[in-house]
Design a binder for this molecule. Structure first.
Ligand code: KG4
Ligand code: ZN
Length: 344
């Protein structure tokens, strides 16, 4: 049974994991940097890169020790090579290269988005290609047709903010601190979504793209008006965001045929209301709904190791001079979308 060491360092979690070809996570460690970034209300790239450089090697030692393995027992080393904050990506990729060189094992350079896209298959052995994937994280908001390992067709993206970003900014406006998604979800549970009227950008538009900038501005106006409880604003925001996600995903379901499952991945997939709305949508269209467990939704190294195993199984690995990529679209043929900026 093959075992891959996975390394993740593209954003603000430093993570290492050992995963086997039969989907067993032998060991995994995640060091969150939340405390380091909290005073700034968001991620500071320089602080993130330094923290990755300090934490990564010890985490790798810990997972090897926990699995009672030596580096020589590992079959390949997979690391996120982009997209993400370049300093952090370089720490992980260079570490992986050094380990690959020292152990004479193949290096597999993983697209972080591919890690998220394939993570549902780590959790669910019965999930076959093709499937419709809603990828919702802090930096990305896309609908993808996952055709096979390495073949992803982007059906839609955001023309401004990512969904997780909208959650984070709403949290900031409501003074909930960082990271914002889980805090907004908790506060929303105590609020009345109908007490505040908020817009649903792009709802009903023909192409399944997303937009959250207008919703974010409306949240700010609602807060500044002083007329609403924060809990009601949080609930109204979450409901508006979910309505948009469901409408857009429904549109994508209408344009793809022959998928058996609707799959959600990325950090926002940890949101229980988002998950249940998607589950209902899938059911209404006769599709299976697959969502990885929460620990595999937010950034982690098990999904990177798993993507490495999937690539290894198709005979792929990468040269030691593979360069880190701050931007790396999953679908290189996708047309740019007006206003899509850095999130495309
Ligand atoms: O996938 P991820 O860990 O990192 C990126 O690749 O971006 O996603 C992080 C994002 C953050 O924006 C965070 O606020 C959001 O996922 N998030 C949530 C929840 N948990 C994490 N958003 C809404 N509800 C949650 N429970
Ligand atoms: Zn991510």
């Amino acid at each position: 049974m093959e075992t891959v060491l996975g390394i993740e360092s593209s954003c603000d979690e430093t993570a290492a994991a050992l995963v086997t070809g039969d989907r067993t996570i032998l060991a995994q460690r995640i060091a969150s940097q939340d405390d380091a970034h909290r005073p700034y209300g968001g991620i500071v790239p320089e602080i993130a890169a330094r923290a990755h450089a300090e934490r990564l090697a010890p985490l790798i030692e810990e997972v090897l020790a926990e699995a009672d393995m030596a580096l020589g027992d590992v079959d390949a080393i997979a690391a996120t090579a982009g997209p993400g904050l370049i300093g952090g990506v370089m720490v992980g990729l260079v570490t992986a290269k050094a380990l690959a060189m020292a152990s004479d094992k193949p290096l597999i350079a993983i697209n972080h988005l591919e890690g998220h896209a394939l993570s549902p298959r780590l959790a669910d052995p019965t999930l076959d290609f093709p499937y419709l994937l809603l990828l919702v994280s802090g930096g990305h908001c896309q609908l993808l047709l996952v055709e096979q390992v390495g073949r992803y067709r982007r059906l839609a993206t955001t023309i401004d903010d990512a969904l997780g970003e909208a959650f984070d900014k709403t949290a900031k406006m409501l003074g909930l601190g960082y990271p914002g998604g889980p805090a907004v979800e908790r506060l929303a549970a105590t609020g009345d979504a109908d007490a505040v009227t908020l817009p649903r950008p792009l709802m009903g538009s023909a192409e399944p793209h997303f937009s959250f900038a207008g919703l974010k501005s409306a949240v700010l106006r609602a807060k500044q008006s002083g007329r609403h409880r924060d809990a009601d604003i949080a609930a109204a925001f979450q409901q508006a965001a979910i309505d948009c996600v469901i409408d857009r995903t429904k549109r994508a379901i209408d344009v793809v045929d022959d998928v058996s499952a609707l799959v959600v991945a990325g950090g926002v997939a940890a949101n229980a209301s988002v998950r249940s709305a998607l589950e209902e949508l899938a059911g209404a269209h006769g599709l299976r709904f697959v969502a990885p467990p929460l620990s595999l939704c937010t950034d982690n190294a098990a999904m990177i190791a798993w993507a490495g195993l999937e690539r290894l199984a198709t005979g792929q690995n990468d040269p030691l001079d593979f360069a880190a990529r701050p931007r790396w679209p999953l679908d290189p043929d996708a047309e740019p979308v007006r206003g899509a900026g850095v999130k495309a």
